[in-house]
Ligand binder design. Structure first.
Ligand SMILES: NC(=O)C1=CN([C@@H]2O[C@H](COP(=O)(O)OP(=O)(O)OC[C@H]3O[C@@H](n4cnc5c(N)ncnc54)[C@H](OP(=O)(O)O)[C@@H]3O)[C@@H](O)[C@H]2O)C=CC1
Ligand SMILES: CC(=O)C(=O)O
Ligand SMILES: [Mg+2]
Length: 772
């Protein structure tokens, strides 16, 4: 391949890409053990002699390999490097970065483990033998970048021989996504699938599979005109006359006077390109029918750049395989999730029904409201169903939630699921672990909230994150939302975000500039603050100025059950209003905050992250008690550790004594809750570390509530862990001890955090009612 000269932007991309691949570790993927291997005992379980029991169990019942090995979650991404992207036959070694990349995407988007397997073999029969011999290793096979027509034969033979899913992604993944884009595009331009004319460039793996699927969805074969590297495939071409056309091309061979792509493009409604860079020209696009749909999918450089197509025909809708233009038609929208669904139900094949289920889920998702994660990942782009948003974006977290269950259901209906999923709703919930990570953790809270949705008022009702969250809160039935904000602004932002909810129907709207309860609110605030020097005029002004104050007063006056604020401004300012109006609940001397951090291996609750600078032993004990109660809301047994630089009396500094005293007070007040202290951080998380100093510790296993000696320590620990753990999935800050649920979020809070905190507030109301 001749090396094209690179523009400065392309050079910068090349440098960044090479650096990305080289450092800090070489390549993009590694193998990580999932079991501890820390001592002799572990060794004897993991390897000889213990491992023999797993072997014998599988020998007796091979299906147990799904339980005793990682096979059921392991896919082989297999190539021989003959059609790598649009780079062509660059060989298996040069193709390895693509295969490692697929591995990353499988893992990142769907939790599927991958071995990338690059084979130096061209002979189709030998390839079949080699790949088939790997069946014991793998739970599924994703064939990748193997050129046509050999790929059709290889896939067919493997499907016949193997009892695990075999899926040539360039064929079927591409076919699924481009069919979804086609269906949605036709809907937008108001054309019928049975009537449209297709001009196609490419008759390889991707193009042929796209056409086969499109035909099964209603496109008429006689309306399809396909070009390969030799021009239009037609009956008078030498290879056609000599009977040398491969069966895949023969299916689309036309009797026509046309000879070139330009001929095919004339009056075509749709262009499909799965070939190579730049073959479709602006002149050809100009001759297409009204509102042409152009799917130019060659990677990394499409058959035509969108700006050229748009210049020729402003009415066109164009999609490419690239992430730097709208409408990225890329098989990443499908392959992680179709395998997730197939693996989870033990599918022996991927059937047509499973593929069609994917097409419909993907097409439907583009028409659902956009989620916050998507909006954030594509900030500033209008992601509403339309010419520039034909299909969902790869970062749409809902892809897995929709596609995998649809695939599992279709597998069961096709009779290929060896472990059919009985409860698809529960399965859908379990899938959220791959996306939100908080999904499973928040589950009990969501269940409690849904059972008795409370009236939750949002101080920052105009914030787009709040609006998106509220749309989901309504959809999930987690609360009855009350938004504070100017009606015109809220209406405009709802429209802009492409949401469907309506004021007065789905949520209550409180206009801070004109609410009939204004007088009642400022009078109440004046009554509460009269002894703190607040005059009636000052009370009026304060209520006008602060939506957090209005939210607090609505809760206080019984117009709402709970409140959320804090997406803008300083924590302390919000806290002062909540303290003044809602205050601490009876028997609580000081309110406090706790943050939850959800990591791969454990969930930690850290307190007090925002309120008390240097709590006394008494205060620490009461904070710990409130924290432990709240942790139970998540269905977790609290295990409390009082942290210090000191280890069970090893230091007599005041801070060590304070934590020791706090632990004693806590034990006296809540003897039923596991706790210990004062101890260092490692001892809190590791029983073996703790055992060395105190074998009869009253704490077992890892602590999950870390009570820190002061605000700095708590806040610093939380933020350091948040970043260093590589996951910033957090819930909180959770305000403990208020007379009614009131939470102060931080300006960094995502829409998902707002949803979670809404559910928590609602669940807190339900819990308070149950104990009242
Ligand atoms: N966006 C996406 O998600 C995906 C994009 N693709 C892209 O599709 C393209 C094809 O991939 P794949 O099908 O796997 O590869 P194949 O090698 O199987 O097929 C390539 C096809 O392109 C044809 N071709 C080559 N040059 C021309 C030309 N100048 N004019 C017309 N046709 C031409 C070949 O013709 P001939 O038969 O005569 O050799 C062949 O039919 C690649 O660019 C790839 O990156 C693929 C998968 C997914
Ligand atoms: C995306 C892909 O698989 C390809 O271009 O080959
Ligand atoms: Mg590919």
């Amino acid at each position: 391949m001749t090396k094209p000269s690179l523009s400065p932007a392309e050079q910068a991309l090349r440098d960044a890409a090479l650096e990305y691949h080289r450092s800090p570790t070489r390549g993009k993927i590694a193998v990580t053990p999932t079991k501890p291997l820390a001592n002799q005992r572990d060794l004897s379980l993991a390897y000889s002699p213990g491992v023999a029991y797993a072997c014998l169990a599988i020998e007796e019942d091979p299906s147990l390999a799904a339980d005793y090995t990682s096979r059921a979650n392991l896919v082989g991404v297999v190539t021989n490097g003959t059609a790598v992207l649009g780079l062509g036959n660059i060989g298996p070694l040069a193709g390895k970065p693509v295969m490692e990349g697929k591995g990353c995407l499988f893992k990142k988007f769907a939790g599927v483990d991958v071995f990338d397997i690059e084979l130096a073999e061209h002979d189709p029969d030998k390839l079949v033998e080699i790949i088939a011999a790997m069946e014991p290793t793998l739970g599924g096979i994703n064939l990748e970048d193997i050129k046509a027509p050999e790929c059709f034969y290889i896939e067919k033979k493997l499907r016949e021989r193997l009892s695990i899913p075999v899926f040539h992604d360039d064929q079927h993944g591409t076919a699924i996504i481009s069919s979804a884009a086609l269906l949605n595009g036709l809907e937008l331009v108001g054309k019928k699938i049975g009537e449209v004319k297709l001009a196609v460039s490419g008759a390889g793996a991707a193009a042929i599979a796209c056409l086969d699927l499109m035909v099964s969805l209603g496109v008429k074969t006689e309306n399809i005109f396909v070009c390969d590297s030799k021009g239009l495939i037609q009956s008078e071409r030498a290879d056609a006359l000599a009977g040398k056309l491969d069966a895949s091309k023969q299916r689309f061979c036309q009797k026509t006077a046309g000879r070139t792509l330009a001929d095919a493009a004339k009056d075509a409604d749709v262009f499909l390109g799965c070939s190579t860079a730049g073959v479709l020209t602006g002149e050809m696009v100009a001759t297409m029918a009204r509102d042409p749909i152009i799917l130019a999918l060659a990677n990394p450089e499409p058959e035509i750049r969108p700006e050229i197509a748009k210049a020729a025909r402003p009415d066109c809708i164009i999609a490419t395989g690239r992430s730097d233009y709208p409408n990225q038609v890329n098989n990443v929208l499908c392959f992680p999730y179709i395998f997730r669904g197939a693996l989870d139900c033990g599918a022996t094949k991927i059937t047509e029904a499973m593929k069609v289920a994917c097409v419909h889920e993907i097409a439907a998702l583009a028409k659902a409201e956009t989620s916050d994660e998507v909006a954030a990942a594509y900030a500033g782009k209008d992601l509403r169903f339309g010419p520039d948003y034909l299909i969902p974006t790869p970062f749409d977290a809902r892809l897995i939630l929709r596609i995998a269950p649809a695939v599992a259901r279709a597998a069961a209906e096709s009779g290929v699921a060896t472990r059919p999923i009985a409860d698809l709703d529960a399965y859908r919930v379990s899938l959220s672990q791959y996306v939100y990570q908080t999904g499973m953790f928040m589950r009990p809270v969501f269940v409690a909230a849904k059972a008795a949705p409370a009236r939750v008022v949002y101080a920052e009702g105009e914030d787009e994150r709040v609006l998106r969250a509220v749309q989901e809160v309504i959809y999930e039935g987690l609360a009855k939302p009350i938004l504070i904000g100017r009606p015109a602004v809220i209406a405009m932002r709802i429209e802009r975000a492409g949401l469907r909810m309506k004021a007065g129907v789905d949520f209550e709207l409180v206009n801070p500039e004109d609410d009939p309860r204004f007088r009642e609110c400022w009078e109440a605030y004046h009554r509460l603050q009269a002894r703190d020097g607040v005059s009636p005029d000052a009370a009026k002004a304060a209520v006008r100025r602060s939506n957090t104050l209005i939210a607090s007063l609505l809760v206080k006056l019984g117009y709402a059950d709970a409140m959320l604020c804090g997406l803008v401004g300083r924590f302390d300012a919000h806290f002062d209003h909540i303290s003044a109006v809602i205050g601490a609940r009876a028997g609580v001397s000081t309110m406090a905050t706790m943050n939850a951090l959800i990591m791969d291996q454990q969930t930690l609750f850290i307190t007090d992250t925002f309120v008390n600078e240097l709590p006394s032993a008494e205060e620490l004990a009461s904070i710990a008690l409130m924290a432990a109660e709240e942790v139970q809301r998540f269905g977790l047994p609290p295990k409390v550790a009082f942290l210090s630089h000191s280890m069970f009396g090893s230091s007599n500094r005041p801070s060590a004594k304070r934590m020791r005293a706090a632990r004693d007070l806590f034990v006296a007040r809540a003897p039923q809750i596991e706790c210990d202290g004062e101890m260092q951080g490692d001892a809190a998380l590791s029983e073996s570390v703790r055992d060395v100093r105190l074998p009869d510790s009253t704490l077992h296993g890892a602590a999950n509530v870390l009570v820190m000696p002061n605000l700095d320590a708590a806040n610093i620990l939380f933020n350091v862990l948040k970043v260093s753990s590589g996951h910033n999935v957090t819930v909180g800050p959770i305000l403990l001890g208020a007379a009614a649920p009131a939470h102060i979020l931080t300006p960094q809070a995502s829409m998902r955090r707002v949803v979670n905190m809404t559910a928590l507030a609602s669940a807190d109301v339900a819990a308070a009612r149950a104990t009242a």
